[in-house]
Design a protein around this ligand. Sequence first.
Ligand code: PEP
Length: 247
Amino acid sequence: MTSPTPLIAGNWKMNGVAASLIEAQGVAAGLGETKARVAICPPATLVERAAAALKASPVLVGGQDCRAEASGAFTGDVAAEMLADAGARLVILGHSERRAGYGESDAVVAAKVEAALRAGLEPIVCVGETLEERKAEKALEVVTGQVRGSLPAALAGQAFSVAYEPVWAIGTGLTPTTAEIEEVHVAIRAALVELFGDHGKSAAILYGGSVKPSNAAEILHAREVGGALVGGASLKAEDFLGIIGAL
Ligand code: PEP
């Protein structure tokens, strides 16, 4: 079994208007030889325009969330099918800002993963412990529990990735030590193999949380780290390219 192809995905969160697509185009223009698959996940309003702007480039476009249902009376929500129709190829699910801010349980995330698969989108499923959980030495238990609860059996044989994002490292400038990252990634890999057998070895396990050009090389070369999910540093092409170039 060959190692998973690395994925470096930018999560723009609720940032960006049409003019911001210049940064996405800058990533496409500056992307040299890389072993990574590269994706940009802009707000839903920009997915279609980003997909059009990046059509001729290898940079993929993803959504940041989707509803589990395909259609219906869910004001303000976006279905996986709508993201796919707009040109998305991937979708971030279970981000801690959704788990904490919208009360998304593992079961809700698992249902969204099934929706993504139904629509032909590749899910990036986020997991991660809070600072309190880490201090209580529960990080491994929490994270592997989220992996088991958020990844439905339907992922067997499908392309997907898991992003380990310690909640306390997101947008804070703090990062775990390399040894801490490796410990969690190794535990996630074991849980994936337990769930999916050999197929569990083909999913990339991304690290996310305050990745920037200056720390990217060390993080990206850590054991079982198969790429990165990047928030703030994905908003500027130069920074995002610096991270991609560190692989
Ligand atoms: C994220 O929100 O997915 C993230 C990793 O954010 P940041 O890189 O800004 O910490």
